[in-house]
Write a protein that binds this ligand. Structure first.
Ligand SMILES: NC(=O)C1=CN([C@@H]2O[C@H](COP(=O)(O)OP(=O)(O)OC[C@H]3O[C@@H](n4cnc5c(N)ncnc54)[C@H](OP(=O)(O)O)[C@@H]3O)[C@@H](O)[C@H]2O)C=CC1
Ligand SMILES: CC(=O)N[C@@H](CCC(=O)OP(=O)(O)O)C(=O)O
Length: 351
């Protein structure tokens, strides 16, 4: 029988969307004791005034994010704006497990970082997508025992999980990928202006970062190279739709020459048959975002458009769970040697 551990976890960015979701999931993690909850402008406030849904933590006081307030914890989760985490992490000892929900440590290539983020590269950490189909080592082996983890971007997780089986098996051409995503507003963070969202976002779909400018492009390309692509070219277009949570990522790719379309589904089945958090739906059933809401689940479907000569995949996930907080806790479990699925829900909330 597995003996439960007692791991103290501090959450930084506790007043935000990602930090709030980390806290929600941690409240039902059997091995975790929640320590400091830290933030920035809301330091001194009751947590409940920012996260009224977290009843058991409502009377905690948010404290400032400093080396002193984060010291003494086994694990620190950083859910801070881009650029803020490197300085905080540098103050934490090498034995502390630090999980960064921000982008600062995801990209390996400093030139790609500078091109898309416009600042100096802080370096790269082991990447917190356990399902990434790397070999020798597997991504799970990379995460086992890690003390620094870069949690993937939410759109990145959705596109990667959708298309990687075909790329890894060589049945699609990674040099001709097209991804179009419907994304919910919480992906923009709590700092986005809510009155503008309501006035300008309700009842309409709004494309953004069109034309090869989105900072998730190099991260997706990095993932697909890691699973075996030699040449990757991705056209990536996200569109805001009026929902709070969720990403529906549709990716199409040209079939590789001489691939029998009948084998495509088998490739996706083999990739995900043993994955606890990624499910290939029965043929003909298409993912919906609502079915993943609140769950550390990615739902995937694949079909072949023989007329166009393209494979079509759809992946749905909750940006705040499998897209960040759930991925962080899944990676934490692996890093600490806990069962990977501990404390992570797979059931969604619907309708
Ligand atoms: N929202 C999402 O779906 C996803 C988010 N992420 C990443 O998670 C991180 C947090 O995003 P999200 O929760 O959406 O953002 P929010 O705007 O909702 O929250 C930001 C948090 O960071 C704190 N903060 C702001 N500035 C500083 C600072 N200079 N130093 C320390 N803390 C600061 C805020 O504190 P205060 O309120 O007290 O000022 C708040 O707690 C980002 O890096 C984001 O990219 C990743 C994947 C998905
Ligand atoms: C709606 C919306 O703005 N979504 C954000 C998601 C960002 C995210 O959460 O990922 P990072 O951690 O890489 O910032 C976007 O597309 O940029």
């Amino acid at each position: 029988m597995f003996m439960h551990m007692s791991v103290t976890v501090a959450v930084s960015g506790a007043s935000g969307y990602a930090g709030g979701e980390v806290l929600r999931l941690l409240t039902s993690h059997p091995d975790v004791e929640i320590g400091a909850v830290t933030a920035f402008s809301s330091a001194g406030d009751r947590l409940g005034s920012h996260q009224p849904h977290l009843r058991s933590l409502a009377d905690r006081t948010i404290v400032e994010t400093t080396a002193a307030t984060l010291a003494g914890h086994d694990v620190v989760v950083l859910a801070l704006p881009h650029g803020a985490s490197a300085a905080v992490a540098a103050e934490l000892g090498p034995d502390t497990l630090v999980l960064d929900c921000g982008a600062d440590h995801r990209l390996v290539d400093p030139a790609a970082w500078s091109q898309f983020y416009g600042t100096d590269h802080a370096g790269s950490w082991p990447y917190g997508l356990p399902e990434l189909m790397t070999a020798n080592p597997t991504q799970r082996q990379t995460l086992a025992g890690a003390r620094r983890v870069a949690v993937p971007g939410c759109n990145v997780a959705a596109v990667t999980l959708g298309i990687q089986p075909g790329v890894a098996a060589g049945v699609v051409q990674a040099r001709d990928l097209v991804s179009v995503l419907a994304v919910g507003y919480s992906g923009a963070g709590r700092a986005a202006k809510s009155h503008l969202m309501a006035a300008e976002g309700l009842g309409t779909a709004v494309p953004y970062a069109v034309g090869g400018t989105h900072r998730h492009i190099p991260e997706i390309e990095q993932n697909l190279r890691a699973v075996g692509a030699t040449e990757v070219s991705l056209s990536f277009t996200p569109t805001l739709v009026p929902m709070a949570r969720g990403i529906l990522a549709t990716t199409t790719a040209r079939l590789a020459p001489d691939v029998d379309p009948a084998t495509v589904r088998q490739v996706w089945e083999a990739a995900y048959v043993d994955e606890p958090f990624v499910q290939l739906l029965p043929a003909g059933q298409w993912p919906t975002t609502v079915a993943t809401q609140g769950a550390n689940t990615a739902l995937v479907q694949v079909a072949v458009d023989e007329r166009a000569g393209r494979v079509v995949t759809v992946c749905a996930l909750d940006n705040l769970v499998k897209g960040t907080a759930g991925a962080a806790i899944q990676s934490m479990n692996l890093a600490l040697g806990l069962p990977e699925t501990t404390g992570l829900p797979v059931e969604g909330v619907a309708p």
